[in-house]
Design a protein around this ligand. Structure first.
Ligand SMILES: Nc1ncnc2c1ncn2[C@@H]1O[C@H](COP(=O)(O)OP(=O)(O)OP(=O)(O)O)[C@@H](O)[C@H]1O
Ligand SMILES: [Mg+2]
Length: 339
């Protein structure tokens, strides 16, 4: 559960939005220069999101591809500035005058999906792991190699790997290096964006278990982004369900999975394919009807109303706010409000 008060709150997101300006095609530029009217619509990737993550808590963030999970993760990590709203890490704004304060860089770290893209192929592993901590004065440069070796050992790699390059490692090992690099900065908050999605299934469990073990040991707070509902349930204390830039449901993981209150959460959980084992009746799953609308022109009212099997007339007009839907649980649905 999210603790109230800044002392118990590691991440605090208040009314955060992120819009991306549209790319203007050459034809549109010419049309504009000739006095024609050109429609320019921004992508509303994150739309008025507020949430808190207590110290030591893991919040899972799920939703369909393109719903804004990574953008929200980047806002929390201070990689992107919000278009509106504020994000605080342990009480401090992640952006000050459009820049990330230096101290904050060590407080929040990110692990991305693709360890191939996130590690510089020209740098030795020791430099990759120790460069940030040396730069931020967490370790003296004379001790950098030993510091890197210690972190490599912590993530289950041979400390002798310090002088080697990323291409000399497998995908799973590379993700361990990315974890070592992030944790060597001694952060309080870790944003994990699909950290195992690119790995072989047999490796995924190992890397997840490593993350869970380090989270316990280092008392980390985590924002864990994934489209994999099973993985999110396994790692999260609470879970937030995102749809077209908005949080539509949030609550304790077990409760949300057992008693989802928002029709989108219900549809999302029902759409998960069940494994069919020998002798079992074939599992069934129901894909969510309709397409995810474009974030360039989200529907008015509740963003989900066009795909919702129980939508009311007001759902296409009035945008529902998150409301209490059970102990620690909240859902943004007019039906929940009227119960
Ligand atoms: N830098 C950018 N410039 C323009 N549009 C962007 C940018 N980054 C993201 N978007 C758009 O914002 C929306 C949300 O993208 P985001 O990557 O946050 O979604 P996601 O939920 O992480 O998706 P996925 O599950 O596929 O990773 C998408 O429509 C995407 O095209
Ligand atoms: Mg993403």
């Amino acid at each position: 559960m999210s603790a109230s008060g800044e002392s118990g709150t590691a991440v605090s997101v208040t009314g955060a939005s992120k819009q991306f300006a549209p790319l203007v095609a050459l034809g549109d530029r010419i049309a504009a220069a000739l006095g024609g009217s050109v429609e320019r619509r921004s992508v509303r990737a994150v739309d008025d999101v507020s949430l808190e993550i207590a110290r030591g808590e893991t919040l899972g963030l799920v939703g369909e591809s393109g719903c804004g999970k990574s953008t929200l993760g980047r806002l929390v990590a201070g990689i992107l500035p919000p278009s509106a709203g504020t994000i605080r890490i342990c009480g401090e704004p992640v952006m000050s005058q459009g820049r990330r304060p230096r101290k904050l860089t060590t407080r929040v770290q990110t692990i991305f999906q693709d360890p191939y893209a996130s590690l510089d192929p020209r740098m030795r592993i020791g430099t990759i792991v120790a460069e940030g901590p040396v730069h931020h004065g967490l370790v003296a440069s004379a001790d950098a190699a030993a510091y890197a070796a210690r972190w490599l050992a912590k993530v289950g790699l041979d400390p002798d790997a310090v002088p080697r390059y990323p291409h000399q490692f497998s995908g799973g090992q590379r993700q361990r290096i990315a974890i070592a690099r992030a944790l060597a900065m001694q952060p309080e908050v870790l944003v994990c964006d699909e950290p195992v999605a690119s790995l072989d299934v047999s490796i995924q469990a190992q890397v997840l278990n490593l993350l869970l073990q380090l989270r316990r040991e280092l008392k980390l707070t985590m924002l864990f982004i994934s489209h994999h509902l099973g993985v999110v349930r396994h790692v999260s204390d609470r879970v937030a369900i995102m749809y077209l830039g908005r949080i539509v449901e949030i609550g304790p993981a077990e409760t949300v999975y057992a008693r989802p209150q928002h029709p989108y959460t219900q549809a999302l959980l029902a759409s998960v394919p069940q494994l069919v084992l020998d002798g079992d009746a074939p599992g069934s799953f129901r894909p969510i009807a309709g397409e995810l609308p474009s974030p360039l022109s989200p529907p008015p009212g509740c963003h989900f109303h066009q795909r919702c099997p129980v939508a009311l007339p007001r759902c296409s007009i009035e945008s529902p706010q998150l409301r209490d839907a059970g102990p620690g649980q909240a859902a943004a649905c007019h039906l929940v409000a009227s119960r």
